[in-house]
Write a protein that binds this ligand. Structure first.
Ligand code: SF4
Length: 386
């Protein structure tokens, strides 16, 4: 994890909106528990890989594992996901062994990015060198957002730095950047020839990184704003969203199709921004700040049992039958998969689980999913009901 001003993990943001990094540095780090959990998962993944590669002595293993096991974030889920990561990396390593007799593998490799990004440092979770290809694999332990390797700026930065670090010893012609996200069952790779990576560095990265370090350039609103700490207070973001409210919609009273499309295009960003402004304002209000025209009140509350067992006993004692008091319900599918495992889901529940089509949703045309066919779907429904 890097604490430099230009963190590789937010490279997409400071490359697109160069003043964002300096602005973000004025706000407290809110990554807290998620970052700490990720650190433990990375330590476990590394240890499992070292164990598998035979590069850790038993005594050292015991000490390292005890440390991980003692963490509040460690549990059977983390163990399973870290094992998935280990298996994924080992498979890649075996692929490399099949193509060349002497592949090299490096774990948790410190990467110096200062040639491209001022004060830039990072860590490559796993680097495999084989047959002219440098394969850099990044373990993403988060599960909030699915991360794709395609043109991923953080990965391109890691790939560049790793390539520079190893090019003296190895002939590297291509760089493959891979993201492995076990909790979402997601992985993807993106491969570039070395010349293309260097071209990106010379024509875009270096200049934009310098501007970002200096805090110069224009504020640019876009998808990269998602996790920006500045979002709730960013003037450019507010102006962008308020433009919609001020839009000079023409008469008559009803919006036409084009106007509705224009609103739809901006709605995700608008609702996300509105949510972050609300959250920010509430936090500040809880800290004592007064917002003109607003006050803090207790939210609506719902009834609940103080003690479910005691409440049930009290009702049963009055003679009400058990079946009226208790609700017997099968556990959810995620919990079931944990209980019986993925193979069990196929062998035991294969005929008892299906995945009905999702409710239709409006997404931008660029979305990869095929277009919903309303006619075909209604037809299928009629057939099912016949
Ligand atoms: S919210 Fe968006 S526009 Fe504003 S500083 Fe952050 S990245 Fe830049």
């Amino acid at each position: 994890m890097s604490h430099a001003l230009l963190s590789p993990s937010s490279a997409a943001r400071w490359l697109a909106c160069t003043p964002s990094a300096r602005l973000e540095s004025q706000f407290p780090d809110s990554s807290g528990a998620a970052a700490a959990e990720g650190t433990v998962a990375h330590a476990l993944g590394e240890l499992l890989l070292r164990e598998c590669l035979g590069t850790v002595e038993f005594d050292e293993w015991q000490v390292l594992f005890a440390e991980i096991e003692g963490s509040e974030y460690y549990g059977s889920d983390m163990q399973r996901y870290a094992e998935d990561y280990r298996d994924f990396v080992i498979e890649r390593y075996h692929d490399a062994l099949a193509s060349t007799p002497d592949p090299r593998i490096f774990l948790e490799q410190k990467l110096d990015m200062t040639e491209f990004v001022p004060e830039g440092f990072g860590t490559g979770d796993c680097i495999i060198l084989a047959d002219g290809t440098l394969d850099i694999i990044d373990l993403k332990y988060g599960k909030g957002v699915l991360v794709n390797a395609q043109e991923n700026k953080q990965m391109m930065l890691y790939g560049l730095a790793a390539m520079r670090q190893f090019e003296i010893m190895y002939d590297i012609r291509r760089v493959r950047m891979t993201i492995y996200q076990p909790r979402l069952d997601n992985y993807s790779s993106y491969e570039l020839p070395v010349e293309e990576l260097l071209h990106w560095a010379e024509t875009e990265l270096k200049e934009r990184a310098k501007m970002a370090f200096e805090g110069t350039g224009e504020l640019v609103v876009g998808k990269h704003c998602g996790f920006c700490k500045v979002k709730a207070r960013c003037r450019a973001m507010a102006e962008y969203n308020m433009q919609l409210a001020q839009h000079d919609f023409k008469q008559p009273e009803l919006l036409d199709d084009h106007e509705v499309s224009e609103i739809l295009k901006r709605l995700d960003l608008l609702t996300d921004w509105a949510g972050s402004v609300k959250k920010f304002a509430l936090q500040e209000a809880l800290g004592g700040r007064k917002w003109e025209g607003f006050k803090l009140v207790e939210g609506r509350s719902v009834r609940r049992y103080v003690d479910e067992d005691a409440a049930a006993k009290a009702v049963l004692k009055q003679g009400w039958p058990e079946e009226s008091v208790f609700n017997k319900k099968i556990i959810g599918l995620t919990a079931m998969e944990k209980l019986i495992g993925k193979p069990g889901m196929v062998s035991i529940l294969g005929d008892h689980v299906d995945k009905p089509p999702g409710a239709p949703t409006l997404v931008p045309e660029s979305d990869k999913r095929p277009e919903y066919n309303a006619a075909a779907s209604d037809f299928a429904k009629e057939l099912a009901e016949a």
